[in-house]
Design a protein. Structure first.
Length: 122
């Protein structure tokens, strides 16, 4: 790690502690900065920098997780209509089995209720 990167990490860490201390103090930013002798614009500058770093880390984490699929599984994106299969009576239905629980719903079953049901089972 280069010295500029180390310095940046140190300052971010230092300001993260300052922002946390302000939050824990219960004081408003203006009051805290006045008591601590910190220029208010500097406080807001580092608050913005910390938020930017947090957003970058979140985006990187989501990007890294997006490609992860458990071994033996593949992601299948399909509209609900193509998941529904016609029965011998001509009506469509959906069957899902999760953890030994099998759910079968007719094609006319409200999708929002099916989503709630599946969340309860999973």
């Amino acid at each position: 790690m280069k010295s500029k990167e180390v310095t940046k990490e140190y300052r971010l860490s230092e300001w993260a502690c300052i922002l946390q201390a302000r939050k824990e103090s219960g004081l408003k930013i203006r009051e805290y900065c006045k008591d601590a002798g910190i220029p208010e614009h500097r406080y807001y500058y580092w608050q913005k920098k910390l938020r930017e770093v947090a957003c970058e880390e979140l985006a990187n984490t989501q990007k890294n997780l997006a490609g992860l699929t458990p071994p033996g599984f593949i992601e299948v994106k399909t509209p609900l209509q193509s998941v529904l299969s016609p029965t011998t009576s001509g009506h469509s239905h959906l069957s899902v089995e999760v953890s030994g629980v099998k759910i079968t719903a007719g094609g006319e079953y409200p999708v929002d209720k099916l989503v709630v049901l599946l969340r309860e089972v999973m």
